[in-house]
Design a protein around this ligand. Structure first.
Ligand SMILES: NC(=O)c1ccc[n+]([C@@H]2O[C@H](COP(=O)([O-])OP(=O)(O)OC[C@H]3O[C@@H](n4cnc5c(N)ncnc54)[C@H](OP(=O)(O)O)[C@@H]3O)[C@@H](O)[C@H]2O)c1
Length: 293
């Protein structure tokens, strides 16, 4: 890791930057690049991407933004997909990410999701090789539970640096299964993905729209903040919880950055924690492998 950097609590995600599953040839790349540069110049030093976001184009856009920034001041996280976890595939994926990102090293390299058909030992061998070569500085796991974190730590030459799971007011799996607590006790950073958009079946809410959750409306009004800002603050106020949100809209980025300037009173944080009307004990889609042997 770039040891000089202290990770900002608020990081920028890049899912839907450059397309979605595939690259969008009509994408406004300049808007995305400018948003990333703006975020970095305004205190966000953590950018999150993946080899699969817009089929590599998201990494390319991050790489283009990096050309305008002093590389040492930014912490770049990317991910290898679960179908590339065999030794040669993983190393190949990493080289391709480095090329798209136009960088000599990746600060944090995640296993994006688990694959029960590939032996963790083999995956760890490839990760250890990349660490030895200095091509990756830290290793992370995404969409995992505690027993899988322990398994990786058995075979890695460097302990897991970060765990990235879905976590927000609705999705409480990492809280209820004590994954966040485990991470904190073991000096692993907990990164909350999808802090804003809620897209569970049966839940109509998107962007925490007003009128959906009266307790959120009430607390937001009390602090003169938007529902999104309060939902973000509920996360970032927690010890060892870091967020990555996506935006290529400067006003939206500013709104999220503004959350650095206020705190929720404990009583309001507690109300949101205990009384939020809809919570689910799952963080990924149901068919993902949260724990692997
Ligand atoms: N590890 C994994 O499996 C995994 C899975 C999903 C996501 N992630 C990571 O987590 C990041 C965040 O998740 P996400 O992108 O799915 O969802 P998100 O960050 O919760 O929500 C993004 C959406 O919120 C909007 N938005 C952002 N700020 C806003 C504001 N202040 N007011 C109103 N709308 C606002 C964005 O639109 P605008 O762009 O128009 O602002 C975008 O539509 C991803 O980008 C990715 O890096 C990881």
């Amino acid at each position: 890791m770039n040891n000089d950097l202290s990770l900002s609590k608020i990081g920028l995600g890049t899912w839907l930057i450059g397309g979605d599953v595939v690259a969008n040839e009509q994408n406004d790349d300049e808007k995305d690049i400018n948003a990333i540069i703006y975020a970095i110049n305004n205190g966000i030093n953590h950018i999150d991407t993946s080899e699969s976001y817009s089929n590599g184009k998201s990494e390319e856009i991050v790489g283009q933004a990096l050309r305008h920034i002093d590389r040492k001041t930014v912490f770049i996280a990317t991910k290898v997909r679960e179908w590339n976890l065999q030794y040669d595939d993983l190393i190949n994926s990493c080289y391709n990410s480095l090329k798209r990102l136009q960088t000599e090293y990746i600060d944090l390299y995640y296993i994006h999701k688990q694959n029960p058909n590939i032996d963790i030992k083999e995956t760890c061998r490839a990760l250890n090789y990349l660490l030895d070569k200095g091509l990756i500085k830290e290793i992370g796991l995404s969409n995992v539970g505690i027993s899988t974190i322990k398994k990786y730590n058995k075979y890695l030459n460097k302990k897991i640096y970060a765990v990235q799971n879905q976590y927000n007011l609705i999705c409480r799996e990492s809280q209820n299964k004590k994954i966040i607590e485990y991470c904190t006790n073991n000096s692993i950073k907990f990164i909350a993905w999808r802090p804003i958009v809620l897209s569970y079946p049966g839940v109509k809410d998107k962007f925490y729209s007003e009128g959906t959750y009266p307790i959120l409306d009430r607390i937001s009004k009390k602090y003169n903040k938007t529902n999104i800002q309060v939902a973000i603050k509920w996360l970032t106020q927690q010890n060892n919880v870091y967020i990555i949100f996506k935006s290529n809209n400067i006003n939206h980025i500013n709104q999220i950055l503004e959350t650095n300037n206020f705190s929720l009173l404990k009583e309001d944080w507690d109300i949101l924690n205990t009384d939020f009307p809809v919570t689910f004990n799952k963080g990924c889609t149901e068919n993902e492998f949260f724990e692997v042997s």
